[in-house]
Ligand binder design. Sequence first.
Ligand code: AN7
Length: 352
Amino acid sequence: MNGTIGVIERYKEFLPVNARTPMISMGEGSTPLVKSTNIGPSVGCDNLYFKLEGCNPTGSFKDRGMVMAIAKALEGGRKRVICASTGNTSASAAAYSARYNLQAFVVVPSGEIALGKLAQAMAYGARILAVDGNFDDALKMVRDLSTELSIELVNSLNPYRLEGQKTASFEISDALGDAPDMICIPVGNAGNISAYWKGFNEYRIDEQISKLPRMMGFQAAGAAPIVKGEPIHEPQTIASAIRIGNPASWDKAVAARDESEGDIDAVTDAEIIEAYIRLARDEGIFCEPASAASVAGLIKLAAQGQQFEEMKVVCILTGMGLKDPTTVENHALVELEYVEPDVDQVAALLSK
Ligand code: AN7
């Protein structure tokens, strides 16, 4: 595995690359696939892996798709890009735009995105529009704005985004020597589950893998339009990344679910937080709350009686924990112990 080349170079034969496409990269992809030490065995799944997408350059899986979308924008001579975002897409769009001299406009639901993600968009120098509305309102607005002002839209409605994101399914297959039996993945705007399914299918057709995984998607209970079968007008969840009520890739996600004989289910905020803390405490993996929905889903499946013997299961941990310091502060329930710089006193305290 070569961590120094990006996903476009690594998987160019599977991507919409031509002689004019710039082979840009910020070192995205080639993220670790780490075997579970504790959570897997505790639910009877001895071959559970975590795909650490938080190890991408801006700390989320969005970089895989963004690098492809930005490459195509550059190929087309575009100068400006725009996206709506619950935070990670905006961080990624801002970073790649900074690097490749594009102007980025990011539209975020005011007061609803995690602190670290906002910090990223600020640092990378995007123009940040905080809209009085939710993500779905923001997405609707950028669709119109991109046409009106002729700015490249880099949300996952842009097909190049999903093309780039599908490379994660290639990496998992390459690492395991075949496709896993099951993928557990958070679902928000529903682009990523659709991209994975596309990737596995293309790898299967190319005979790189011999089977296809079941796609198990998990939405947050207060933002579960696909589970409910109708848009949610005021989606609510602690997992701000997936606080989305009307996913753009709804139909593609339903196709992935049905064609793979998988499921899309909901997990509660309490289940998400429990999985989030367990990942940190039992696996040493600090992901963001939305990412933990995949593991909350796996735990829920186990509780419902799903057997995992002989199965290889991969939970996609889509983003890294530092992006959302507020949630860990509110839920880790750790008190700092204030001490004087006195060895005897501290030794006495630690010996109690
Ligand atoms: C950490 O950044 O929609 O189902 O605007 O940031 O492909 O939307 C983020 C989504 C999962 C859901 N995990 O993926 C955005 C945005 C994390 C995320 C999802 C998101 P999709």
